[in-house]
Design a protein around this ligand. Structure first.
Ligand code: COS
Length: 384
């Protein structure tokens, strides 16, 4: 749903200009320093990017899902690490509070997240629990009006910068599966909470992840999201439904950027006496990529509209994430191929993008997890 076409158009125009003029020229700097420059972070705040999806009542822009995916198409055209910096505040770090938090929790945290005063992280993955999220081992044991949290969370995006963590932990050890899990908001300076060293990743330099370690961390009981035990896994899954659609949209934007770069290269690069864009084998790669990007874009917009209508989009979000991220990988590969040897050296952005986009097929649920979700939903519906 697009509430006002003109307002959205203005926002997209502003973002397009910002991406072209402020972000793309600084991609190498971001990668080399492995840090988002401080002045860029200030510009994120000024543009309201930390609160794109949070409701206006809490200081955000309150974008609908269809508006959000349009914004993600634009932001996807530059290094993913830029978007990642404010991505958790708009997505996995805040949405659990928004969807299932108490009004007091929303009032307390969402305005600070929307303004970018506070950053948030989503703590689900553990050393021994990745795809099998319901097997997580972190515990939260109630002691009077507190919970004591123990465990380790792994690969946590933005953990080094976050002021709060939404943490999935087992409150009922007798229930081994998802029903024993609850979600908490844990503040960074709570005693016992510490961070591991930063992970050295294949790509997405400038987006930081690390372990978050809980050693007898005492959290007030009113930090339990929604005040209800045992529903933390469902909160996490709802958060991921939305997050997966967002990642699909970012993948579309990234693929568009890579294809645009490859097209420009193919028009300039001459071999056998003419631009390589004139050769049909290059044209096939351009055409296949164009068609696949178009297909992914249509899927993402359709799924976003359905979410705005209030429909359950678990299947559509997984279809979009699976197709768009795999498409993005294929496009990255073809675009390296179009660049030839030049695609393998860091002078061209495609070398960096090739590594950066590899993560899309892994985080917020691997392709194989999306397949599992889609097929399970199909089977469940068929049985009804
Ligand atoms: N929305 C709301 N509820 C959901 C849901 C969703 N999208 N998906 C599942 N649930 C509910 C189920 O309805 C079920 O509830 P009941 O127990 O009341 O029936 C409960 O959650 C457990 O669901 P399920 O049985 O499907 O859980 P599984 O343990 O089989 O796991 C998968 C499901 C594998 C899909 C889940 O663990 C997953 O998504 N894993 C990947 C995790 C991930 O993406 N990690 C990335 C880290 S974050 S960057």
């Amino acid at each position: 749903m697009i509430r006002d076409a003109e307002t959205l158009h203005l926002l997209l125009e502003t973002l397009q200009q910002f991406v072209n003029e402020a972000l793309i020229p600084r991609e190498n700097e971001l990668a080399e320093a492995d840090d988002v420059p401080a002045d860029i972070v200030s510009q994120f705040r000024e543009l309201g990017l930390f609160g794109l999806t949070l409701p206006e009542a809490y200081g955000g822009l309150g974008l609908t899902m269809e508006e959000e995916v349009n914004v993600a198409f634009e932001l996807g055209r530059t290094s993913p690490a830029f978007r990642s910096y404010f991505g958790t505040n708009n997505g996995i770090g805040s949405i659990g509070i928004l969807l299932d938090g108490t009004e007091a929790q929303k009032q307390h945290y969402l305005p600070k997240l929307a303004s970018g005063e506070l950053l948030s992280s989503f703590c689900l993955t553990e050393p021994d629990s990745g795809s099998d999220a319901a097997s997580l081992k972190t515990t939260a044991v109630r002691h009077g009006d507190h919970y004591i949290i123990n465990g380790t969370k792994r690969f946590i995006t933005n953990a080094p910068h976050a002021g709060i963590y939404t943490v999935m932990a087992r409150t009922n050890p007798d229930i081994k599966g998802s029903g024993g899990i609850s979600a908490f908001i844990v503040e960074r300076d709570t005693p016992g909470l510490s961070l591991g060293k930063r992970d050295h990743k294949m790509g997405q330099k400038g987006a930081h992840t690390c372990d978050v370690i809980f050693d007898n961390v005492r959290v007030p009981a009113d930090q339990l999201i929604g005040g209800v035990e045992g529903v933390g896994f469902k909160t996490a899954m709802k958060v991921l439904d939305k997050g997966r659609l967002h990642i699909a949209a970012v993948s579309v934007g990234a693929a568009e950027r890579m294809l645009n770069d490859a097209l420009n290269y193919a028009l300039e690069r001459k071999q056998f006496g003419q631009p390589i864009a004139e050769f049909q084998l290059i044209q096939a790669m351009l055409a296949d990529s164009k068609a696949e990007i178009y297909a992914a874009r249509c899927m993402v917009v359709d799924a976003a509209r359905k979410r705005d209508e209030g429909l359950n989009i678990g299947t559509e979000a997984s279809c979009s994430k699976m197709f768009a991220t795999e498409m993005c990988g294929r496009v990255a590969d073809r675009c390296v191929q179009i660049h030839g040897g030049a695609g393998y050296v860091s002078e061209y952005a495609i070398e960096r993008f090739y590594r950066d986009v590899r993560l899309f097929r892994l985080y917020e649920g691997t392709t194989q997890i999306q397949q599992l979700v889609i097929a399970r939903n199909m089977i469940r519906e068929a049985k009804h």
